[in-house]
Each structure stands twice: as structure tokens, then as C-alpha cells.
Write a protein that binds this ligand. Sequence first.
Ligand SMILES: [Zn+2]
Length: 56
Amino acid sequence: MDGIKIRRVISKKKKLCPHCLKEVKPTSNLGGWLLPQEYSCNSCGYFGSVALEDKN
Ligand SMILES: [Zn+2]
């Protein structure tokens, strides 16, 4: 019985900074599960839980 696989619901979509629209990086691997995900932007210094989803 090896047909059961755990499905990961973690989105691999890129998140974009709401300020400068550059890609932001999640600040925690646990974000979105135990805690609200937060993101940081290396371009403008933005930090927060709001990020835009890249639609491509
Ligand atoms: Zn930014």
C-alpha cells in the first residue's frame, strides 16, 4: 500500500511586494500554517503580512 501521499498545500507561487512589485521572501518556513506568513522585500525594505500573488 504505497498509494497514499501527503499533499502539501504550500503554494509555490511567487509573492510580490505591494510597494515595488519585486519578489518578496517569506520570513518563516512555518508561516501560513502556525502563524500568519510575513514577507520581506530586499528591494525597498518592506516587511509585513501583505503580499501580492504573482499571476503568471
Ligand atoms: Zn518592495
